[in-house]
Ligand binder design. Structure first.
Ligand code: SF4
Ligand code: SF4
Length: 89
């Protein structure tokens, strides 16, 4: 497999391809306020693991891959994302 053909859910590390599924170690998860989201896609642009997904009227997150880093919440210009403890989610 050439680097050009690496699927979105795979991470090339040296010569091995490793799935980027998040384990049970994530402490925080992003929650979107659908009334505040204006679908500007800033969160999608900044997410380092490309796990922001488009819904009909807002953007949401694929928690299988989300690492809970909080970058999306920091960058959202409308403060539509808050980070909550995993147990609260
Ligand atoms: S950055 Fe905020 S307002 Fe923009 S799409 Fe993401 S959640 Fe919605
Ligand atoms: S918390 Fe981090 S990994 Fe999860 S959706 Fe936001 S930017 Fe992406």
């Amino acid at each position: 497999m050439s680097l050009r053909n690496v699927p979105d859910n795979m991470c090339p590390i040296a010569t091995e391809y490793t799935t980027m599924l998040t384990g049970d170690w994530r402490a925080l998860r992003p929650i979107v306020d659908r009334d505040r989201c204006v679908k500007c896609a800033t969160c999608w642009l900044y997410c380092p693991v490309q796990c922001v997904v488009e819904k009909a009227a807002w953007f949401d997150f694929n928690y299988d891959y989300c690492k809970g880093c909080g970058i999306c919440a920091e960058e959202c210009p409308h403060r539509a994302i808050k980070m909550v403890e995993e147990a609260e989610g």
